[in-house]
Design a binder for this molecule. Structure first.
Ligand SMILES: Cc1cc2nc3c(=O)[nH]c(=O)nc-3n(C[C@H](O)[C@H](O)[C@H](O)COP(=O)(O)OP(=O)(O)OC[C@H]3O[C@@H](n4cnc5c(N)ncnc54)[C@H](O)[C@@H]3O)c2cc1C
Length: 397
């Protein structure tokens, strides 16, 4: 897009945000409680949150890059960047977060039938249906293709039986995108299919798993003779592994890319200075911590630039493919480092679980949550394996 046209678009976006972003939504996402996940059972935390989602969805800006006919904004990459920059400028919260936006949407755009796109994508864009991801099983995590949940062909429907585990927000989600085995006799990658179904279907049940952070963000999920209409199969029967892998690249890009958001937050040095104080020259009082923080901040900037470059290089509307393993690995390890540094700066105060100091225990909880970053969506070890094999093409890997 010519620079002039982009400039005009920026003006338009700025004016629109000024008029439509409620002041309460200009605080940035300060933590899990500020996130709007949407869905049938979603309770808005405030009228401002509801309005913000409604207005952004009406413009298609909850999913700015998706085509307009599926509820998206139809923006180019350059326009989307402008929208993001203008939102960051006023510290606007994201109007909607969802597994539908990050993972299922891109997979449906690539592999879904026209009817599936028209049915599911607009509801994701408007935050009407919340999705969860049924991939991992008790004996199929890193080795995902070993999954055993069965879907049996019963004429006009499939009958699903089995168990998933670590299903994030399964107890809150409306629908699930699920990997099932449809040909037990085939080699393991070739007998898997990709199914969508309503979590309110008879035979679906969930059991929350309690974590060290005191929360239960994920569940064991059980399927007991769940009837799934045949039209809910995405792509071809027994070819679900291709879709599963494509979706994972988007998941990894999203998880790793989360570190980009760190640029919009307060500088680490500033936070640490508040916790441990500064010397006579106004520098962080602890020189070792100062060096570690400087290294982490520089890495964050370098990572954000790398992320933008990779996205610019990717084909329009596509993800970054196998490079998502690099983003996932570096972004999540960086996020863990950042929280380790904040905990170091905070000392024993940072361990406080509840109360006034250290943000009422949220720092310790967030620090513990970051431990999961390098596990969810594929562990760091597995990412290193992918980088060695698919990107560096190392011998013997
Ligand atoms: C916060 C969080 C949210 C999650 N949400 C979901 C969700 O919504 N839906 C879902 O389906 N799953 C979800 N998961 C599960 C996640 O995808 C798995 O935990 C992950 O893939 C690892 O599998 P596993 O736990 O079975 O560990 P394992 O595969 O048993 O791995 C155990 C250890 O062995 C190492 N290892 C295994 N294989 C290799 C290898 N080939 N090379 C080197 N090292 C290896 C691993 O790195 C790890 O350290 C979530 C996990 C977390 C932590």
């Amino acid at each position: 897009m010519p620079v002039d046209a982009l400039g005009a678009f920026r003006e338009e976006v700025r004016g629109w945000l000024e008029a439509n972003c409620p002041p309460e939504m200009r605080t940035g996402n300060r933590g899990e409680d500020d996130i709007c996940w949407g869905g049938r059972n979603w309770r808005f935390q405030s009228e401002a949150q509801r309005l913000w989602l409604e207005r952004m969805a009406a413009r298609g800006w909850t999913v700015p890059l998706w085509p307009k006919e599926y509820g998206g904004g139809g923006l180019s990459r350059d326009e989307e960047k402008v929208l993001r920059e203008e939102m960051r400028r006023i510290n606007a919260r994201s109007p909607l977060e969802s597994f539908g936006i990050w993972m299922l949407g891109p997979a449906l755009l690539q592999f879904g039938s026209e009817a599936q796109k028209r049915e599911h994508l607009p509801k994701i864009a408007r935050g009407e249906i919340r999705w969860c991801q049924g991939y991992s099983e008790p004996n199929a995590g890193s080795d995902l293709a070993s999954l055993q949940t069965r879907a049996e062909d019963c004429g006009d429907h499939y009958l699903v039986n089995g168990q998933k585990v670590w299903t994030s927000y399964a107890d809150k989600a409306d629908w699930i995108f699920c990997l099932v085995r449809t040909d037990p006799a085939a080699p393991k990658h070739k007998g898997i299919s990709f199914l969508l179904f309503d979590m309110a279907s008879p035979g679906v049940s969930t059991k929350p798993i309690l974590l060290i952070s005191g929360k239960s963000p994920f569940c064991e999920t059980f399927f007991d003779d769940v009837k799934v209409p045949k039209e809910n199969l995405v792509g071809e029967l027994n070819r679900g592994w291709d879709i599963a892998k494509y979706l994972l690249t988007h998941e990894r890009e999203m998880i790793g890319g989360g570190a980009r958001g760190l640029l919009g937050t307060r500088a680490l040095g500033e936070i640490a200075a508040q916790m441990i104080g500064t010397d006579a020259d106004g520098r962080l009082a602890d020189p070792f911590l100062r060096a570690d923080i400087a290294r982490a901040e520089i890495d964050t900037w370098a990572f954000a630039l790398t992320l933008e470059r990779m996205k610019d290089e990717a084909k329009a509307g596509q993800g970054v493919g196998a490079k998502s393993a690099m983003l996932k690995y570096f972004g999540t390890e960086l996020n863990k480092r950042r929280y380790e540094l904040m905990m170091t700066a905070g000392g024993s105060d940072a361990l406080e679980w509840e109360g006034e100091r250290s943000n009422g225990g949220s720092l310790a909880r967030e620090w513990l949550r970051t431990k999961g970053n390098s596990i969810e969506g594929g562990t760091s070890e597995v990412m290193l394996g992918i980088i060695a094999k698919n990107i560096l093409e190392l011998p013997g890997s």
